[in-house]
Design a protein around this ligand. Structure first.
Ligand code: GDP
Length: 298
């Protein structure tokens, strides 16, 4: 276990820590609400979400003397209420193979997440095939092979620079022939040329639909928690490029507390299927809204 970075809570700072009585109380007035709002914005919740959370907390409580633990409880409850509807594991369909297209910018953790998911599905008795669809990045293909080996899952590859759609089609053929339960397709994350990437993703979808008109069954967008508010614009961008059906947020083990997840849930309502909490194969957890809210509030 890596030592965890120190996590000072959001709310604690509103009360001051040293030499304070065991349970200091402070009047819940406009000044305090404004400080709270600033803190929520600084924690990446975004202005709209922060405003709404604060106004919900203030409702019926203005002028009351409140303790830090009361405020923490209310804040955690508000955040949990926003997050609860989006906490959903990746749905499993009886359809074989279930096709999971994985999208996201380079470095967000796509390869790692595919490896972790493959390992979890294998542990659950499912057979999995992975397609290394980022054919232009040799390093990405190699890295995916490493993860495939770790998870004990075959990785379909193609010559460097070859057509990802044709690889996806071949992978579909293999997954069908082997009656694999799942086919996970990695994709390129070059946002420098969006038109190209959009066409590439659309073509992958077109060819796999020749095999199965209901595919892909999931389009998973992988986001890096350490990019903060950037995650919002990545969701906006990728929703234009592909039919994103759910999210995985990686790197929630670092100093990033993932406040942007609250903004994402509030704004887009996309399911959060899992969270990445480290670089090892088992470091992928189900998203637990209560735990998340309490950790965020501190
Ligand atoms: P890709 O370019 O999107 O395929 O990203 P990779 O899967 O190669 O990941 C990029 C880097 O992030 C690698 O160094 C990974 O080890 C690291 N990484 C991925 N997920 C996590 C996570 O949940 N926590 C931490 N700490 N690192 C992660």
């Amino acid at each position: 276990q890596q030592p965890q970075p120190e996590r000072t809570g959001l709310v604690g700072r509103l009360f001051g820590r040293d030499n304070a009585p065991a349970e200091p109380r402070r009047e819940l007035d406009d000044a305090m609400l404004e400080e709270l709002e600033d803190m929520l914005i600084a924690a990446d919740l975004g202005v709209d979400t922060a405003l709404r959370v604060v106004s919900n907390i203030a409702e019926g409580r203005l002028g009351r003397k409140v303790s830090s633990s009361e405020l923490k409880g209310w804040l955690a409850a508000e955040i949990e209420r926003i997050m609860a509807p989006v906490a959903r594991p990746l749905p499993l369909y009886p359809k074989k193979p279930q096709v999971v297209l994985v999208v996201g910018v380079n470095g967000s953790g796509k390869t790692t997440t595919i490896g972790k998911l493959a390992s979890q599905f294998r542990a659950a008795g499912k057979s999995v095939v992975i397609a290394a669809g980022d054919t232009f990045r040799a390093a990405a293909v190699e890295q995916l092979q490493v993860w495939g080996d770790r998870a004990g899952v075959p990785v379909m590859k193609a010559a460097e620079g070859s057509d990802p759609a044709s690889l996806a089609y071949d992978a579909m053929t293999r997954a069908e022939a082997e009656s694999a339960d799942l086919l996970m397709i990695d994709t390129a994350g070059r946002l420098q040329n969006r038109a190209d990437l959009m066409e590439e993703l659309a073509k992958i979808v077109r060819v796999i639909r020749k095999k199965d008109p209901s595919a892909p069954h999931n389009t998973l967008l992988v986001l890096d928690a350490t990019t903060g508010q950037n995650a919002l614009s990545q969701v906006e961008t990728f929703r234009k490029l592909a039919d994103v059906s759910g999210l995985v947020m990686t790197k929630l083990d670092g100093t990033a507390r993932g406040g942007v997840l609250v903004a994402l849930a509030d704004k887009f309502g996309l399911p959060i299927h899992a969270i990445g909490v480290g670089e090892q194969i088992d470091d992928l957890d189900a998203f637990e809204p209560g735990d998340f809210a309490r950790a965020l509030v501190g």
